[in-house]
Design a protein around this ligand. Structure first.
Ligand SMILES: [Zn+2]
Ligand SMILES: [Zn+2]
Length: 255
């Protein structure tokens, strides 16, 4: 199976180092508890952009699996609902949440993340719905400042331990803001931005950072300095999609 990662980092590089890499992962080797992902949920990042954006399938189910101590803030989910209502033509948004067994690991590999999804995911795309799987882990990732990434067409992971490290404390960004900023950016990739599943109406792909927008004010910008991103989040609202990104979404069935 090929898994494409779009990493979101804080620190060395703001939100997002894009790496396009194919990792081999075990297809639930001999494990009877492992789910074989529905064909529709086993594609590359951006492959479900139109399905997520358009009204053809009227609802989105967000399946959240979190490890103990790393449940998302309720305001994160409320705001994510508004975000999805703003950019997609879906009429219904449903959240299914479940606490899952902690990994107990300091750091998780992509293969381990994939395995956890296969063992726990219960919702998939169907005629009337698109399902997005969101895993919140108790461990980090390598590179260690990764806060989250999209790794399949409907799969996102947040590295709970790293989110926790960079938010919620004195003089730090509120945890819900870092969760939401990361999730919105990753949803941008699931929506096919930039030029990964949603064609560009005007060229605005950052040549140095593929899959990201050249506009430094845009949600899909690759920001090269973390402290700047966290600082930006401290002082400002989470960035929105700029006109070019928005036009791409609209042209691919969104709004
Ligand atoms: Zn990104
Ligand atoms: Zn943009």
């Amino acid at each position: 199976m090929k898994v494409r990662q779009i990493l979101t980092l804080v620190s060395l590089s703001f939100l997002v180092l894009f790496t396009s890499q194919c990792s081999k992962t075990a297809d639930g080797p001999g494990s009877s508890s492992s789910v074989t992902l529905n064909t529709f949920n086993n594609k590359a990042v951006g492959a479900s952009a139109n399905e997520l954006l358009s009204a053809e399938k009227p609802s989105i189910v967000l399946e959240v699996n979190y490890m103990k101590g790393f449940a998302l803030q309720s305001s994160t989910l409320n705001s994510l609902n508004s975000f999805l209502s703003t950019y997609t033509k879906k009429g219904a948004f449903q959240v299914v949440q479940k606490e899952i067994t902690a990994s107990g690991k300091d750091s998780l590999s992509l293969a381990e993340i994939d395995k956890i999804e296969r063992q726990n995911r219960t919702t998939f795309n169907s005629t009337n719905q698109v399902s997005v799987y969101l895993l919140v882990t108790d461990g980090g990732y390598n590179p260690e400042n990764t806060v989250g990434f999209a790794y399949r067409n409907t799969s996102i992971v947040l590295l709970g331990k790293t989110i926790s490290k960079f938010s919620g404390g004195a003089n730090q960004v509120p945890r819900s803001k870092l969760e939401l900023g990361t999730l919105e950016h990753e949803f941008g990739h699931l929506f096919g931005l930039v030029n990964v599943g949603t064609p560009m109406q005007t060229n605005h792909n950052d040549p140095a950072n593929p899959a990201h927008c050249v506009n430094s004010k845009c949600l899909m910008y690759y920001q090269t300095e973390t402290s700047r991103f966290l600082g930006t989040l401290m002082a400002n609202n989470i960035p929105s999609f700029d006109t070019n990104c928005r036009n791409d979404l609209i042209a691919n069935g969104g709004k």
